[in-house]
Write a protein that binds this ligand. Structure first.
Ligand SMILES: [Zn+2]
Length: 122
């Protein structure tokens, strides 16, 4: 892979990283103890009781359980992107982690954070 192509992938990964972090920040908080880990904010409940308040609380719990898998997914993608950026630093980018063969540019264009070549992925 030439320098120009590598630079393009690096920029693409950095942009993705930024937008993933922005998305996560909108409803989750960075875990201070575990680097790279995020926690979905639990909706605040002001302690009110009564039909309307409880209904609202139930809605928020539902929203929370909808957000959890989204958070998990975004976090996973972010982790993979960080790993890919690490690999660029170490000069290992675009190499399959299983068979050590180069991953095709075509595949990297579709998913720049790919860890494995097409063959090993299957
Ligand atoms: Zn492979």
């Amino acid at each position: 892979m030439n320098k120009k192509t590598l630079q393009d992938f690096k920029e693409k990964l950095e942009k993705q990283k930024e937008s993933l972090e922005n998305m996560l920040e909108s409803f989750a908080e960075k875990d201070k103890k575990v680097p790279g880990d995020w926690d979905t904010r639990f909706p605040s409940w002001n302690g009110e009781t009564g039909g309307a308040a409880l209904e609202k609380a139930a809605d928020q719990v539902e929203e929370y359980s909808t957000l959890l898998p989204i958070e998990y997914n975004l976090e996973l993608r972010l982790k993979n992107i960080n790993l890919a950026l690490e690999k660029i630093k170490r000069g290992k980018y675009g190499t399959c982690e299983k068979c050590q063969k180069p991953i095709t540019i075509k595949r990297l264009k579709v998913s720049p954070e790919a860890k494995f070549c097409q063959k090993c992925k299957e």
